[in-house]
Design a protein around this ligand. Structure first.
Ligand code: ADP
Ligand code: MG
Length: 327
C-alpha cells in the first residue's frame, strides 16, 4: 500500500517508480518459497491463505518497534531483524503456541538495499529455526517503524493464559534476569564486566519457544517477560485475582548483573528492567517432577493480592515501580 502523501505528492510516473521499488524490494529481499504445508498462498496476492489443522486454534500477536523509541539508530540491521521477530515469537512461546507464519509491515524513510539485505538476513536466520514462512506484509515510506505479526498453532483450549494461576501454584522462570537491562545500561554509559554477554541479550533475545511447548500441558498460567519480572508477573496475578511471594535469593542472575548490583546498589534492576524475554509460569506442585526444561522456582502463588518479596530474611511488599514498605 502506498502512503496518501506519496499519492498526493507524486505524478503518475513517479508513483509507478515508487510501486516498482516496492515490488522489487519485496521480490528481492522478502519472497522465498514456502516451507510449511499450512501456507496455501503466500506473498503476491491481496491476502495470504493459511490452513488451520482440525483441532487447533490460531494464536496471533503483533509487536511494533519504532526508531528512537524501541531501538537506537546505531543498532545493526541484522540484530534488528532478529529482535523484531524474537519479541513476537516470545509472545507465541508464552501461550505455548507453535509458530508457523509471519507478516511484516515496514515503514522506512528511504529504500536502502544494504540495510534491507542485512535486516532480512537477521530475521530469516531466526525464522528458519522454526521453518516460518513470511506470508505477506506492507511496505510504506515514513519514519523507520517495523512491525511483525506472528501466527502460531495451539491445540484447542490448551493455550497458556495469564488468567489461570491458582493459589498454591509454584512460580517458575526460564533463564536469568537483568542481562538485557544491563545491556541498556551499557548503551547508556555503564562500564563493567560481562558487557558482551549483556549486549547480546539486549540485541538478540532468544524466544523460549521450545520451553513454551514443553510446559504447555503442565503449567497453569504463563507470560513472557518483556516489561520486567515484577510488572509481568503482576499481570498474571491481577488477571488471575491472586497474589504471590517471591524469594529474591532464588531469582537467577548472571555474574555480570550481580557485579552491577554490587557496584551500584541497584538490586531492583533484575526485577524491574525489561526485555529479558524469558518465560514466567505458574504450575501445580504435583506437575513439577514432569518438567523437562531448564527453569527455576522463585516463589509461590498466594490468596492475598499483591507481590511480596523475601530479601535478606525480611518480607516486604514490592510494587512494580520498585517502591516497597516493610510488613
Ligand atoms: P495491497 O496494495 O493489495 O495491500 P501491496 O502492494 O501492499 O498489496 O503488497 C503486494 C504483496 O506483497 C502482498 O501480497 C503483500 O502481502 C506483500 N508485501 C508487501 N510488503 C511486504 C513486506 N514488507 N514483507 C512481506 N510481504 C510484503
Ligand atoms: Mg490489495
Amino acid at each position: 500500500m502506498l502512503n496518501q502523501q506519496d499519492k498526493n505528492s507524486t505524478i503518475d510516473r513517479n508513483e509507478t517508480v515508487v510501486e516498482l521499488a516496492e515490488f522489487n524490494l519485496i521480490q528481492q529481499f522478502f519472497t522465498r518459497s514456502a516451507q510449511r504445508k499450512a501456507t496455501r498462498l503466500s506473498i503476491g496476492d491481496d491476502c495470504a491463505l493459511l490452513a488451520i489443522p482440525e483441532g487447533y486454534e490460531l494464536a496471533i500477536t503483533t509487536d511494533t518497534m519504532v526508531e528512537n523509541i524501541h531501538f537506537f539508530p546505531d543498532v545493526s540491521p541484522e540484530d534488528l531483524g532478529h529482535k523484531l521477530l524474537a519479541v513476537n515469537l516470545s509472545d507465541l512461546a508464552s501461550m505455548g503456541a507453535d509458530p508457523v507464519a509471519i507478516t511484516l509491515a515496514l515503514t522506512m524513510p528511504n529504500v536502502d538495499s544494504a540495510w534491507l539485505k542485512a535486516f532480512a538476513g537477521g530475521m530469516f536466520t531466526l525464522a528458519d529455526q522454526y521453518q516460518l514462512d513470511l506470508i505477506g506484509g506492507d511496505t510504506t515510506s515514513g519514519p523507520l517503524t517495523l512491525s511483525i505479526q506472528a501466527l502460531g498453532l495451539v491445540p484447542k483450549d490448551q493455550a497458556l493464559r495469564r488468567s489461570a494461576a491458582k493459589v498454591g501454584d509454584l512460580i517458575y522462570v526460564t533463564g536469568c534476569f537483568g542481562d538485557a537491562g544491563l545491556g541498556l545500561k551499557i548503551k547508556q554509559g555503564y562500564i563493567g564486566q560481562g558487557i558482551q554477554q549483556a549486549m547480546e541479550r539486549f540485541n538478540r533475545p532468544e524466544p523460549r519457544i521450545k520451553e513454551g511447548l514443553a510446559i504447555r500441558s503442565l503449567a497453569n498460567a504463563c507470560i513472557d517477560i518483556s516489561d520486567g519480572l515484577a510488572a509481568d508477573l503482576g499481570h498474571i496475578l491481577s488477571s488471575s485475582n491472586v497474589g504471590a511471594k517471591l524469594d529474591y535469593a532464588q531469582i537467577p542472575m548472571s555474574q555480570a548483573v550481580i557485579t552491577y548490583m554490587q557496584l551500584t546498589g541497584d538490586w531492583r534492576m533484575p526485577l524491574t528492567a525489561g526485555e529479558d524475554y524469558e518465560l514466567c509460569f505458574t504450575i501445580v506442585p504435583e506437575n513439577v517432577s514432569k518438567l523437562n526444561v531448564a527453569c527455576t522456582c522463585i516463589g509461590v502463588v498466594e490468596e492475598s493480592r499483591g507481590l511480596r518479596l523475601i530479601r535478606d530474611g525480611k518480607t516486604s511488599n514490592f510494587n512494580i515501580s520498585g517502591f516497597e514498605h516493610f510488613l
